[in-house]
Ligand binder design. Structure first.
Ligand code: ZN
Length: 150
């Protein structure tokens, strides 16, 4: 079990040190800033939508390792998905880290994102792990405002 945890930590560290899709997306159709005042995490998420499909996604900003790696892994897993698929994925992710609904979530659908399951033991960190997701959701819903986790 501890080996698995180490593997998870490696993946989180890898994504926080070398975040994927970490760039401004030129000509993005959606751009939203997310802020987590509890920790100081702040990211801007750029999305290019083709109909309701995420054609491309990028992000930039700064924050703790959990928030950055979560944003990085999120961008890698939502590219090419429809907005409803993303909402479903976020639903599973949210249940996993908050332990809502008796912690019933689809491990297969989440895939590598299950590395964040340990976050559920640290309520303060839940906001770090979900910031990028809340921000993406706001971007897809298109109100174009800054979202905070409060
Ligand atoms: Zn944080």
């Amino acid at each position: 079990m501890s080996e698995i945890n180490e593997l998870y930590q490696d993946l989180i560290l890898d994504h926080s040190k070398k975040p994927r899709n970490y760039h401004v997306l030129e000509g993005a159709s959606r751009k939203v800033e997310g802020y987590n005042p509890l920790c100081g995490d702040r990211y801007t998420i750029y999305v290019n939508l083709d109909g309701n499909v995420i054609k491309d996604i990028g992000f930039q900003g700064s924050g703790c390792a959990i928030s950055k790696s979560s944003a990085s892994m999120m961008t890698a897993s939502v590219k090419g998905k429809t907005t409803s698929e993303v909402n479903e994925l976020f639903g599973h992710f949210h249940v996993m880290v908050t332990r809502e609904e008796a912690g019933k979530y689809d491990r297969e659908k989440l895939g590598k994102l299950t590395v964040f399951h340990g976050v559920s033991e640290f309520p303060v960190r839940v906001k770090c792990a979900t910031l990028a997701w809340h921000t993406l959701k706001a971007a897809l819903e298109g109100d174009g405002k800054t979202v905070t986790t409060e």
